[in-house]
Design a protein around this ligand. Sequence first.
Ligand code: ATP
Length: 269
Amino acid sequence: MKNSASKSTPLPDITLDDIGGLPEEMKEEIHQTLSIIKDPKRASQVGIQAPKGILLYGPPGTGKTLLAQAIANEIGATFYSSSGSAFTELFVGVGASRVRTLFQNARKQRPAVIFIDEVDALAGKRKEHGGEESEKTLTEVLVQLDGGNDNEGILFIAATNRKDMLDEAFLRPGRIDYTFNVPLPDTNGRREIIDIHTKGRLLADEVYASLDVLAESTSGFSGAELSSLFETASKRAIRDGREEIGKGDLDFAIDRTILGSTSRALNDP
Ligand code: ATP
């Protein structure tokens, strides 16, 4: 097998506290879901089944991967992370065989989280998806998700920016039990994310004092873009031999992020 879709992935030390801007009711639901997973016997006494599958959907860079990592850490699970595109192949049966191997490997390492980003590439609507290979791969995903007792201790988490593209059969309860919308952060959410990404960085007083305004003026920015702002500003300060991020560094980073060319700017300032 040429790709590493079926191997476990090192799990960064991410907790739910490292994710900013999640709506309160969503955090509440996630905590409840985690308590069910952690104590399935108690949950089943009150008639609640541990979830088998969770879908996270929302715009790029809003923290869906972080959330999957935090959930895996929270339940002490081995993490199997892959992208839906790692299963799309030309030869009929190859994608399906990768899906099977992935689940088989995860079952040897319970508790395990299987995280599939861009799941629309793997579980897209059949008629739009087309092709025998993708049909077979999707069927295998459904078979594996229906694995019954075999799936005890396995949590499947899928993420997508295109929920509308997903096959109905894939979304059926018992396969996907919880669906969470992970939205772009609002002003308060951006402020939380800014706090997370400025922790441990030295900021000039002037920058520190402007963080509320920054949160207000970055409407439409994702968590990934806010993180990249401080990463870019930090690199510029270091490059100029300064320890503190100054106003000029942040303005530079904002301009570059708005222009969408952060990395190019650093290579060619
Ligand atoms: P994609 O849909 O493109 O796969 P994603 O929603 O999975 O994106 P992540 O990969 O989780 O986004 O985020 C990328 C990086 O952006 C994170 O490692 C983190 O540094 C930062 N980030 C994104 N969202 C948040 C958030 N809500 N809180 C804190 N940091 C965030």
